[in-house]
Design a protein around this ligand. Structure first.
Ligand code: HQG
Length: 180
């Protein structure tokens, strides 16, 4: 299995575990989990070669730790990024004083006006470090990184969650909490 093939499978898994389970004929439970055996069977039917060994390799080596097994390896889910309604059981956490949001230059003016919106996602995604934020922003064009006054938001009663793969999540960042 080449890394290129793994990336292709990983992208397909992101699609069905976050957005369109019906595309592979699988179902997610209310917490986002799906049965590993059925997943493997259905994915093979969609003409993607997958077995438990390959799946474990993908889960372990995925650069952003996008997927997780349960303790007994019979269920799998995406750690974040869903557009379908699932309850991932995130725990509210106290954020660091400053978090980063990587975006594109072209969105800067609109964000300064409206704040950071969650758009298609369930939350606004924030990074703990500048490097990660630059990478996230580069996906949209020339990157621009906002510093978010997360500590101040928290003391003003905004909730923050930390996903299993280290992404900080919140509902909305009003523009007054962007460091100028
Ligand atoms: C922007 C990846 C104009 C926002 C990454 C972003 C991340 C606004 C874009 C995760 C705006 C939405 C999430 C406003 C927000 N005006 N633009 N008021 N408010 N935006 O992809 O944060 O590969 O939905 O800045 O690593 O880029 O999926 O969000 O540029 O963790 O695992 O609207 O996706 O992970 O884009 O990325 P996205 P994001 P995965």
């Amino acid at each position: 299995m080449s890394e290129k093939e793994n990336t292709t499978i990983s992208k397909f898994l992101s699609l069905i575990l976050r957005h369109k389970p019906e595309a592979a004929g699988i179902e997610l439970d209310e917490n986002g989990w799906t049965d590993v055996k059925i997943l493997i069977e259905k994915v093979n039917k969609a003409n993607v070669t997958l077995n438990l060994e390959i799946l474990k390799h993908i889960v372990e080596t995925n650069s952003k730790k996008r997927f997780a097994f349960n303790d007994t390896f019979d269920r799998i889910r995406a750690n974040q990024g869903h557009s379908v309604e699932v309850d991932l059981g995130y725990e509210a956490k106290i954020p660091p004083e400053i978090l980063f949001h990587g975006t594109a230059e072209k969105f800067r003016a609109s964000i300064l006006e409206k704040g950071i919106l969650k758009r298609e996602r369930h939350h606004v995604h924030l990074s703990a470090d500048m490097d990660t934020a630059v990478k996230v922003g580069s996906r949209h064009g020339k990157p621009f990184v906002f510093e978010v006054l997360a500590g101040k938001m928290f003391s003003d009663k905004y909730s923050f969650y930390l996903s299993e793969n280290g992404v900080w999540l919140t509902d909305h960042v009003p523009s007054e909490y962007l460091k100028r």
